[in-house]
Design a protein around this ligand. Structure first.
Ligand SMILES: Cc1cn([C@H]2C[C@H](O)[C@@H](COP(=O)(O)OP(=O)(O)OP(=O)(O)O)O2)c(=O)[nH]c1=O
Length: 196
């Protein structure tokens, strides 16, 4: 029997979730990802992870699907209190990469699990240090197209990994679904390899 629904369009999240030992189906859940005025990044990812899980739960009910827990996640890059989401275009990606060049930033991933008891959220926080990037290196990277669907305009699992001089935290959290924290969250609800 299927354990849960994954409210995410991200192929990376689908692949990572498979490692936790749950069986799942995908469900769509679209939400407004605009940060509130002066919203701290930690509060923002927590709110979005919960909202995505709630949105998935609402879709499940509206479509009359079999009731199951709904898992969702949100990843954001934070430079201090500045939230860097997915770049709007190549110019925006270039702006973000210039901000990250030669600095250390936080990558926060919130994971929400909506059950009939409510929504349970965990946040994984990692610190990533970038090498100093030249304008030519940034231009070539933006040209590759890799930054476009990723928070902070880079993918640590791809070419973006070349820029990462140091990582403290969860590699899978940076990619979009922290395996350890997600498995513990699922385990608390009796699901997956870390249940019981
Ligand atoms: C920093 C970083 C982000 N990312 C990705 C993870 C997320 O997919 C994306 C941030 O966008 P999100 O809004 O978290 O997720 P999404 O829109 O891709 O998918 P969903 O349907 O679940 O809402 O950035 C990487 O793949 N590698 C990285 O190194």
């Amino acid at each position: 029997m299927t354990d849960l629904y994954l409210a995410s369009g991200s192929p990376r999240r689908r692949e990572l979730l498979g490692h936790t030992g749950v069986t799942f189906e995908r469900i769509s859940a679209e939400i407004d990802e605009t940060p509130l005025d002066n919203e701290p990044p930690h509060d923002y990812v927590r709110r979005l992870a919960a909202a995505k899980a709630e949105a998935g739960w609402a879709v499940m009910l509206a479509q009359g699907l079999a009731p199951r827990p709904v898992l969702a996640a949100d990843t954001t890059v934070a430079l201090g209190n500045v939230i860097l989401g997915k770049p709007a275009d190549a110019v925006d990606a270039t702006r973000m990469l210039k901000l990250l060049s030669g600095t250390t930033h936080d990558v926060l991933t919130g994971v929400g699990l909506r059950t009939s008891a409510g929504v349970d959220v965990v946040v994984s926080a990692s610190r990533v240090t970038f090498m100093a990037l030249s304008d030519a290196q940034i231009a070539r990277y933006v040209e590759s197209g890799e930054p476009m669907d990723k928070a902070g305009a880079y993918g640590i699992q791809g070419l973006g990994g070349l820029f990462v001089a140091d990582l403290a935290g969860s590699f899978t959290g940076v990619v979009g679904l922290p395996l350890h924290d997600t498995a513990l969250l699922l385990g608390r609800h009796g699901l997956g390899h870390l249940a019981g």
